[in-house]
Design a protein. Structure first.
Lengths: 100, 98
């Protein structure tokens, strides 16, 4: 849930999604879901000469399972908030496991 | 919720996990990203030969093999001569042995 919430804060930012098939796609993050499937608008493929396959495509849906990296602008990320949220998440995971 | 609903009824380009490129009209989908493509065609794009197009008809693609589904912009698509397009063979999303 944490990364789902994190990505929701990045909607409308420009990101580069690097896929496991080594293709990288730049675009505006428009939507994310619980599987971390990503929708990007106004895309441009990073090495268009090598990968002309998406020349006629402006908007894509990328399956979460094939994402290797999401490159983000550092300025957009509040690392303090992220650290706090991670600590809370870790604490709640620990208490869940302890309670079994 | 990142759904494919806005793409239904439109022409889409699908890249599969084994590096193939399909195009067709999206008729249906579900949460595992299973897709139904009508009038599906496979476009085989290679660096050294003209693009091959294979007509496939009505296709169901299993979600785990779907990597990407892109909405085709008809204006741009009609200006591209796909026969002339050259490009790298797409990679697979799963490296062998992992």
């Amino acid at each position: 849930m944490l990364f789902f919430s994190f990505f929701k804060t990045l909607i409308d930012e420009q990101v580069i999604v690097e896929l496991k098939n080594d293709m990288s796609i730049r675009g505006t993050l428009k939507s994310v879901d619980q599987f971390l499937n990503i929708k990007l608008d106004n895309i441009s493929v990073v090495d268009e000469v090598k990968y002309p396959h998406l020349s006629a495509v402006k908007n894509v849906f990328i399956r979460g399972s094939v994402v290797r990296y999401v490159h983000l602008p550092a300025a957009v990320v509040d690392t303090t908030l992220l650290e706090d949220a991670t600590r809370k998440e870790a604490a709640s995971q620990a208490s869940k496991i302890g309670g079994r | 919720m990142s759904a494919l609903a806005p793409y239904v009824g439109k022409v889409v380009v699908v890249i599969t996990s084994d590096g193939r490129l399909f195009t067709g009209t999206l008729q249906g989908y579900d949460q595992t990203t299973n897709l139904i493509l009508e009038s599906a065609k496979e476009r085989v794009i290679t660096p050294d030969a003209p693009t091959e197009v294979l007509d496939l008809g009505l296709y169901l693609l299993r979600g785990e093999s779907v990597a990407l589904c892109g909405l085709v912009d008809d204006e741009i698509d009609s200006q591209i001569d796909w026969y002339k397009v050259r490009g790298l063979r797409l990679g697979e999303t799963k490296k062998l042995g992992r």
